[in-house]
Design a protein around this ligand. Sequence first.
Ligand code: S3P
Length: 169
Amino acid sequence: MKNIILTGMMGSGKSTCAHLLSQRLGRPMEDTDDFICRLEGRSVAEIFAAEGEPHFRQKELEAARTLGMCSGCIVATGGGMVLQREAMDALKQNGVVIFLDRPAEQIFDGESLEGRPLAQGGKADFLARFRVRESLYRGTADLTITDFSSPEATVASILDGLHRLGETS
Ligand code: S3P
């Protein structure tokens, strides 16, 4: 059974939706940030501060390779997963990729982005980061979700899309 892979910017709701999907579908879930933190024994912010982004990206690639070998799992990715082609290839070989296309401006204005080292540079920086990534999110997605009226509505939209793709039982 294919994995369900959620991508999108920091704060787009990937972890929340993964939890809800896991409950609705009775499937296990994993969050790549949590996976890395467990292995490293420290937080994402601590990893960035001590080792820098390249080290974190290497761990993210390893997480993608490991989780790409699972079956039937819901995977919430870190917002920068799409930056590494190899990581997305590893996740896509047994996964349907769902992009949570929540407007970056809405995220920045409405969500707490605490604990995210790459979201501390202000709004213009956050929006620019999204613009750099946008084609990667779109290009790797099998399904794009645009309803963020509530987490339940987003999940309903995901389930509907998966059904249309023939990816749910
Ligand atoms: C990052 C997103 C974060 C985390 C790290 C880098 C990014 O995950 O992986 O801080 O580059 O967008 P979330 O998307 O879960 O916040």
